[in-house]
Design a protein. Structure first.
Length: 304
């Protein structure tokens, strides 16, 4: 899928021109890949790396452009079962053009940060900032899901919610590694600001991006440490809930067996006292009830 945009009056406007300054390719076909390699001198290996979810973030310089590969949060779906994945995005930065490669269709230029875009450099930097905000949004969702699962674990005896928490912890590890890798690329962009022809305002924006990315990284570390540190306690809670259930079932079983023993004793096929008494049935039921009351008193006395 191919989309083209241009920059007009500080806004990003979609157009239908292949010569537009902003080109976005979503899961490009073989023909589109060949076109990019042949017409824009994009290295075929770098192009494939931009679409590989397992590729590391990096910055490379070609004769006529800079190739940036970053890690971005992948769109979440219910089929992922609380596993938040990361994907790659490729940004090929020319002096008068930028080509962006994505593996999935996303709203790349949404939000207030794209209201004032004056150049290709501004657009690239704001794409970096948009990726960071995307991580922050997902971290908030992960924290909300974690709180909800914790409340369910307090009364649950199943491993389902624990497995969901383990999956969230795994997601945070992925996110933390991706954010750390992106921070290295952002630092390299700042170190090569002269080569990338960044203006003073763009350098200041890059400093803000570094601060936002650092805060995002710290937030991911905090959530990851909290989940990892309290996981053993949550496992103990589930085990304790199961022990309480087994204890309750045993007490119920014993409570039922006591009157059952009384009734069974008077049901034997031998001569027994009061077998000819007109109120024998009610006497036996009374004895069974008294045995239950004695057991309950003993239960309370032992504080079981």
């Amino acid at each position: 899928m191919f989309r083209a945009y241009t920059i007009q009056n500080g806004a990003i406007v979609p157009v239908n021109e292949e010569s537009a300054p902003v080109l976005v390719y979503i899961n490009p076909t073989i023909e589109e890949k060949d076109f990019l390699v042949g017409n824009y001198n994009i290295d075929s290996h770098t192009l494939q790396s931009a679409l590989d979810p397992d590729e590391l973030s990096r910055l490379e310089f070609e004769p006529d452009h800079a190739a940036i590969i970053l890690k971005r949060p992948q769109n979440y779906s219910a089929a992922d079962e609380f596993l938040f994945k990361v994907s790659s995005i490729g940004i090929f930065w020319y002096r008068e053009r930028v080509i962006i490669l994505l593996l999935e269709d996303v709203q790349l230029f949404d939000g207030k940060i794209f209201l004032k875009v004056n150049s290709i450099g501004d657009l690239v930097l704001k794409v970096l900032l948009r990726i960071i905000y995307h991580y922050i949004d997902h971290l908030k969702v992960i924290n909300m899901i974690s709180d909800s699962l914790e409340q369910k674990i307090n009364t649950s005896m199943r491993n389902k919610y624990l497995i969901n928490l383990f999956t969230l912890e795994k997601s945070l590890v992925y996110y933390l590694n991706a954010i750390n890798a992106n921070s290295t690329v952002i630092e390299r962009i700042k170190n090569n600001r002269a080569r990338l022809c960044l203006e003073n305002e763009q350098v200041e924006m890059l400093d803000d991006i570094i601060i936002e990315n650092t805060q995002c990284q710290k937030q991911a570390e905090i959530y990851s440490n909290i989940l990892a540190g309290l996981m053993d306690a949550r496992v103990s809670i589930v085990s304790n809930n199961l022990n309480i259930l087994m204890k309750t079932l045993n007490l119920i079983t014993i409570g039922i067996m006591v009157p059952t023993f009384v009734v069974s004793a008077f049901s034997m096929n031998v001569a027994i006292p009061i077998q000819h008494h007109p109120f024998a049935f009610w006497i036996i039921m009374g004895l069974a009830l008294i045995s239950v009351l004695i057991f309950m008193f003993f239960w309370r006395l032992k504080k079981w």
